[in-house]
Ligand binder design. Structure first.
Ligand code: NI
Length: 167
């Protein structure tokens, strides 16, 4: 296993839709394990392949956090098939370090995906788990939480990031 470098906004991989995975093979398994290790190390509760510059629809989520690391979920080609109720919660992103904002998302979702064995899985999620899944699925579609917040807050954050990168 190895740690991967997490790219940050405005890296182009973060704005690009990842390709669907055609077959689950040892390379994909290695990528998933490296993503998990990188996520725990960061530390974070979710990481999508786009965030390490790989445009394949693979993401990992573990809302138990890096200390417990007991609920790792690997998602291949995930899709949200049901979404209920909306709620606004503050969230952040390893690719937008240092910034948090309130994001409105579904409170309960059903996700279909493949696992690392290539089997179809269905996940029912709510609370933090539902939120993390939606955030990572967004990444695979080339979307950041910044794309889901008010224009004013968004441009304020982007302005600050640009200023920091120049200094
Ligand atoms: Ni993120």
């Amino acid at each position: 296993m190895s740690l991967l470098e997490i790219v940050t906004f405005p890296h182009p991989a973060l704005k690009t839709k990842a390709d669907e995975v055609k077959s689950v093979n040892p390379d994909l398994e290695r990528l998933a394990r490296d993503l998990a290790e990188t996520m725990y190390h960061a530390p974070g509760i979710g990481l999508a392949a786009n965030q390490v510059g790989v445009l394949q629809q693979v993401a990992v989520v573990d809302v138990s956090g890096p200390e417990e690391a007991k609920n790792l979920v690997v998602l291949v080609n995930p899709r949200i098939v049901e979404a209920e109720e909306r709620e606004a919660l503050e969230e952040g992103c390893l690719s937008v370090p240092g910034y948090r904002a309130e994001v409105e998302r579904a409170a309960r979702i059903t996700v279909r995906a493949k696992n690392l064995k290539g089997a179809d899985i269905e996940i029912h999620a709510e609370g933090l788990f539902a939120r993390a899944l939606q955030h990572e699925i967004d990444h695979l579609q080339g979307k950041l939480f910044l794309d889901r917040i008010g224009r004013l807050k968004r441009s304020q954050i982007i302005r600050e990031i640009k200023k920091k990168k120049m200094s």
